[in-house]
Design a protein around this ligand. Sequence first.
Ligand SMILES: N[C@@H](Cc1c[nH]c[nH+]1)C(=O)O
Length: 394
Amino acid sequence: MSKNQFVPQIPYGTRDLLLREAKQKRIVEGSLAELFSRWGYDEVVTPTFEYIETLTVGTGSDMHQHVFKFFDNNNRILVLKPDMTTPIARVAATRLKDGPLPLRLFYLTNVFRHEQAQAGRQCEFYQAGVELLGAPGPAADAEVVALAVETMLESGLANFQVSLGQVDFINGLMAESGLTPQCQQQIKCAMVSRDLVGLGEILATSGLTRGAQALLQQIPLLHGQEEMLNKACRLVNNDLSRRALDNLADIRRLLAGYGVDRYVNFDLGIIRDFDYYTGMVLEGYTPGLGFPLCGGGRYDKMLASFGVDNPATGFALGIERVLLAMERQGISVSVPAPEVYIAWAEGRLSPAIEAAQQCRKDGRRTKLALAPAARDKAELLASASGYEELIYIE
Ligand SMILES: N[C@@H](Cc1c[nH]c[nH+]1)C(=O)O
């Protein structure tokens, strides 16, 4: 073997989805596409890459470090899309701006973010999601939360929870504290990564009173059912946070009508890694997976950045994360078995082709042997590969 033999590799954070995995992905995506259309959502497909100015609208400065960048022939910077919310906001504010509102759009796509790769968390990954544009208020948020729950049920998961937070709850507390924007940002970063020790250290040097520190330190621990919202309401002293809690209670009331409220709880410590959220935020979790299966929320300012001032809300689900959770929980996606294997004796290829074409016309999954084989060998091969039927042409 030559010393410099070429070993083909794939880039960091990418994966080949082979055979069964690719089939499972397609089955899950197919059933989600049907679910979304049953809820009145229409599919959109946008370019894989766009100009950096477009795709980083509202995502926060941190996102610049996480996008894959390259240049076009005119030296303009392009990026691979890190999510679909921004491209959909662009489409809604441009080509779809004169259509009736609200707009209900869905997507199934790969997205790209530079991350520390691990199982269920690659740099290229697949999302199924919806965006509901042009509708303010809890009715739209409740629809999105209910659909997030249905999405996970449709994928085959049973053991999961969708947690709801509200960015204005934390914003109100930050404003109440009088901390500098820089210190507020540090606190939010510690909360995004659920780093309670780091949060404690930042608060200890923040100059806040002990009472104010204790209040902010408690935020990540504020999760539970509706009683927790009442408890949180007693802790805060500002209208923004109180209105945020009322908003969550309104959404929760509507969710009861969808029959999904047992899958929903509250977590006031949720801070998403995109800066564009302006209201309710959601994250879906399942045991055994240390990161959310789905995430989303309300983003009422993003469309204004594209020139059309409309509210919006939505969520996206990580397809590989769902498949990984199902595998870990022993839930199988039933992949259709191969149906017919057509083998043939020496000189009988033409009638075998005819037989194969007939089976395919009849809608049966059919594989045709490409070389002659003895019947006993063909029988062995067909049963080892799990075919339902062998047709042997002699
Ligand atoms: N784009 C977000 C999810 C989302 C959809 N709509 C609103 N938020 C993400 O990838 O996490």
